[in-house]
Design a protein around this ligand. Sequence first.
Ligand code: PMP
Length: 430
Amino acid sequence: MEHKALTDRHRAVLPNWVSPMYAEPIEFVSASGRRVVDATGKSYLDFFGGVLTTMVGYDIPEIREAVDRQLSTGITHSSTLYLIRNQVILAEKIAAVSGIPDAKVFLGNSGSEATETALLLATQYRRSNQILAMRNSYHGRTFGAVGVTGNKGWSASALTPFNVSYLHSGDRLRGLFAGMSDAEYIERSVADLREVLATTTSGDVACLIAEPIQGVGGFVMPPDGYFKAIQEVLAEHGILWVCDEVQTGWGRTGSHLWGYQAHDAVPDILTFAKGIGNGFALGGVVARAEVMDCLSAISFNTFGGNPLAAAAGIAVLDYLRDNDLQHNAARTGAIIHAGLTEQARRSPIVAEVRGKGLMIAIEFVAADTTRPDPAAALRVLEACRRDGLLVGKGGLYGNVIRMGPPLTLTESEAAEGLAILTNAIDEEAA
Ligand code: PMP
């Protein structure tokens, strides 16, 4: 009753476009490790991690103690006007692992703010508001970020401050890349980029903004090496590559610390958020000093890199390294991936299982076709919830189950979640 009342109060006072998932929305009241408990006392294994945000798990003592230590100083206020020790330490750590030469780091509060900052830098550095972005992409919900988000279904506004041209991207089930080999995919994409540069842009283009694996877009991945080939063309024109690592960063993909590293190419500007704060609001941008320092006006930022979020960020990075979580992501992700791939071979409603490390997606279709089936994905999501597993949804057609569990997932938790998923999928196919 109390829960129902909260749902009604939510609807009445929050915007219609802030809409909780599930037929019966969930309210979390406590959490520990990889498990969360809702207001009815039901416990769930969390394979979505607050949308890939609870990167090292819930209530991790090392993170809690770091935040508690900062809280106990009495200093929680922020502002770029003062020296904030945690901010400097965190920025040094991020610069050191970014892979970007001569790196400087700007700390903000979210992925959207990171996107905005990257776009500010690229447009100012190149003195151009022409942007290349990817179809099916998502970069946030602030005005600039909306302007470069490829799927207009996820854009809050059709208006944009930029002149944007979109490049083809997508899976190989349907559309331009259907059935293509890796080499064909890359060749076709390079031709597409050259065509766009020749026909729809004029003069200087500031940047290409792209995710190594499209997150909200349903974990759609270009082949490894794609960005190397794309960047070679960009470099001919002096166009910067902004790599959005908001979902793919920090070892999530198992094979590398960053998604871009699978491509043998280094971005000019990298954006990060989500997992680095393990739930605290933290995001930012890494760029070469020459690019980062191109903004001439002094820029204020009240909450960016505040002492609490920065304390969490430092502790998260140390925890990731000390516990070798990237390799744990590879190991536990492989268990889930292998089990789902095996099931997909015999299931007529699963068109593809894709992803890397602990970033795994399942694409649902009408039996034995490539026709997207968003209703099936939704039913599987609800069945998983019933059986105590949280997963996410996404994709261009809403027919993809997305998973990004905490990188501390154990092998037995991977097997437990896999069993719930495969059962829900078999039940749906029956
Ligand atoms: N970029 C990507 C790739 C994202 O997935 C998201 C969030 N889903 C954002 C940017 C925006 O981040 P935030 O919601 O923190 O503003």
